[in-house]
Design a binder for this molecule. Sequence first.
Ligand SMILES: Cc1ncc(COP(=O)(O)O)c(C=O)c1O
Length: 421
Amino acid sequence: MTETLNTNISSKPDWLSTAIQTALIERNEADVQNSVTRDEDGFYLYDLDQLELHLSSLMQQDVIKLWFAVKANPLSRVLKTLAQQGFNFDVASQGELSQVLSQGVSAERILNTGPAKSKQQLKAFLTQGVRTFVVESLNQLQWLNQAASELSCQPQVLLRVQLQWQEGEKNPLGGNEVTAFGLSCQEWQAIKVTDFPTLKINGLHIFQWGNMLSNERMYDLWSQMIDPLLTLAENLAMKLEVLDLGGGLGVDYLQNGQSLSWPTIIADLAKIKARAGVSELWLELGRYAVAEMGYYVTSVVDRKNNFEQQQLVLSGGINHLLRPAITEQPFPVTLVRESVEEPCYFDLHGPLCTSLDKLGTLLLASDVEVGDQLVFGLAGAYGFTESMPFFLCHQIAAEYVLEQGKVEQVRAAEPATWYLR
Ligand SMILES: Cc1ncc(COP(=O)(O)O)c(C=O)c1O
């Protein structure tokens, strides 16, 4: 903890909101005054005021219906903000479904995606009122049909399609790799929608690319999907009314100045919608909806030179924020306090005994020292729940929200005794 805090906030990076930087500085001042250090290992802070503004701008269009991929951030207050702004919810497990329902969201606003839907889960989701499903296998289709006929209901079904592309590309959702997400057109052609009278099969779902940062590339990919999907619908004797293009809209983790233009996305999707001839076009956004409003804060435990590398060891790492280790894309970082020193590169290591625990090699002011606090940006998506919190028995990260200018704790940090048996 730094004893002297400089409140000059003029040189903050673009991704750090003034409200968040001010809140962090005030929090540190209060800790110094009270001689305490809260949430030593690390905590998340979500700017719900920023989120509300962002979501409301996404909702100002009538081209697409927006769903939120709950896996990106299932925190109650985040879901409530999304619900208030008119988002619907894509859930992929019973846990996500329960969390959305317990925010007072009605089951009609919930869509179930995911390759691991058992017969029991499908029936349980129907029993809890879910009526919209993205079906990813022939078994799922049979099981849902059977459960719907037992429960005398007619859920709406979109078939998830996996296509192969000319150019090979790898990313977390597979790209050209064969994955468990949906089925090829050839496999789907084994069915006729009329064989499933208890299901209203009227849509197709496709989503194979993640974190796209180019409008042109996105449009190109979407465009290439139309013909094979229309051919499939025709072969299945399906009236194609709904097309769901998943997520995949990216944020600029590497701070290369790349970002998608939302008005261009809407204009492009209006063209896609017309070409596909569908009455509804859906997207389930994850990171594009919530990444920018989230911050992860931790502190420096040690600083050393090693084989001419400048190393910082942090109190929190992939136990709180795993994504850089999976994707090799670091989250942007800065010092919470102001520094006028020139920046230089540091290897940022977390506290776990594995070389995987590295949050990147990133620029920080050269006077960064033990006790300094660092804030990572774009951490509102795939942060807290995508990490590996149990390894080495460190603290579970706390979660806070900033709403109407006020910081509130939603989850306290928990010691390992909370989960160890
Ligand atoms: C079915 C589905 N839709 C949407 C998303 C959200 O993706 P993104 O965060 O790229 O928007 C995911 C993420 O894995 C997903 O599995």
